[in-house]
Write a protein that binds this ligand. Structure first.
Ligand code: NAD
Length: 360
């Protein structure tokens, strides 16, 4: 049997609730693929600050570095908002991503089964839509220097820097093309090349990397148009590759077509250890009420199987169990007429049941 060491970091708010359900799925699916699990739980985010005075304790980081993958719930909440910027829960998450050199964030936005009616967009617009946003995660304006707020000529000025080196663009472009190769072989690179020199350079480098992937049909789109097109006609997209900030915004816009944040998984890859987490935050408004939708977290386990362990079949099994469960059961965020409303724990149990039925 093949042992996989997985760091579990449930985090804050609904993080522990959805993580508990995802871990059940992980424990169930692993033996089917001859995987022996070595699960280690460590704190991150606000809870880690409360315990140790830092949102990313050294022990958590060191364990992450020697693991095969990391499964993270969510961090943050009103309790920690007054904290100084450098020790806020979100800084812990950013530091973990950067220390693990997770420069590529993969965010699928697809419609699962008859969830088409949960979308705020018209069913005929979203039915069958299935796109993947590949976002650069460790560079660009979120990390560029100089940055800050200072006094200039008698008034305060805030500034950030959008900077990308050629190697940073090459490596994310490569992930974009490789992802497109595993999908429908269409890649849209999103930039603002008409205004920003750094993204004109982005376009030039992405085009050059594309010569190594002749089978992939590459197109370029300005970010403002991309935002519009995703809402107007999401089915035109297969894989999108873009910068850190544009990807942050575009992936949330794409997410909306699926109806709920509670359905969106993500993978962060690039370094040796992949990290898997739902897109949503810690949802303080529903914490502790057994109302959270655990499906984004469960689907993140599927992405771990696919991207860290190369087990496409395991991911497909999890997706199938989720689709089957949605035929009858819904958490409140995706509730629809004719379905039975259940809580977080029961949703986890139903997916587990469906997974077991499919394999019996
Ligand atoms: P949020 O994603 O936590 O919640 C937004 C809304 O969506 C809320 O109404 C919430 O109840 C709902 N929601 C989210 N996940 C859900 C789920 N699984 N099931 C059902 N409903 C769900 O975003 P927010 O309110 O802007 O942020 C709350 C906290 O989370 C903040 O501290 C923020 O910094 C943090 N945050 C963390 C992450 C992360 O850990 N990756 C991401 C985003 C926000």
């Amino acid at each position: 049997m093949n042992t996989k060491k997985i760091l579990i970091t449930p985090g804050d708010g609904i993080g522990p609730e959805v993580t508990e359900q995802a871990v059940q799925i992980l424990k169930n699916i692993a033996p089917l693929f001859d995987i022996h699990l070595d699960l280690i739980e460590k704190p991150v985010g606000g809870i880690a600050f409360d315990l140790t005075g830092t949102p990313l304790p050294d022990e958590t980081l060191e364990t992450a570095k020697i693991s095969d993958a990391v499964l993270l719930g969510a961090v943050g909440g009103p309790k920690w908002e007054p904290l100084e910027f450098s020790v806020r829960p979100e800084r812990g998450l950013l530091k973990l991503r950067s220390e693990l050199e997770l420069f590529a964030n993969l965010r699928p936005a697809a419609i699962y089964g008859d969830l088409v009616n949960a979308s705020t967009l018209k069913a005929e617009v979203v039915d069958g839509a299935d796109l993947m946003v590949v976002r650069e995660l460790t560079g660009g304006i979120y990390f560029g220097n100089p940055r800050g707020v200072e006094e200039r000529d008698g008034e305060r000025v805030g500034f950030n820097t959008l900077v990308y080196s050629e190697s940073e663009i090459r490596r994310i472009a490569k992930v974009g093309f490789e992802t497109a190769m595993k999908r429908r072989k269409k890649l849209t690179s999103v930039d603002k090349a008409n205004v920003l020199e750094s993204t004109e350079f982005w376009r030039e480098v992405v085009t050059d990397v594309g010569t190594d992937f002749p089978e992939v049909e590459l197109s370029h789109m300005y970010v403002d148009n991309a935002a519009m097109q995703i809402i107007r006609d999401p089915k035109q997209f297969d894989t999108i590759v873009t910068t850190n900030m544009f990807g942050d915004i575009i992936s949330d816009a794409a997410a909306m077509m699926t109806g709920s944040l509670g359905m969106l998984p993500s993978a962060s890859i690039g370094g040796g250890v992949g990290m898997y987490e739902p897109v949503h935050g810690s949802a303080p408004d529903i914490t502790g009420q057994d109302k959270a939708n655990p499906l984004a977290m469960i689907l993140s386990v599927g992405m771990m199987m696919r991207y860290s362990f190369n087990l496409t079949e395991a991911d497909e099994m999890i997706q199938k169990a989720v689709i089957n469960t949605l035929e009858k059961y819904r958490t409140v965020d995706i509730m629809a007429q004719g379905k039975t409303e259940i809580g977080c724990r029961e949703m986890g149990e139903k997916v587990l049941q469906s997974l077991e039925e499919n394999n019996s």
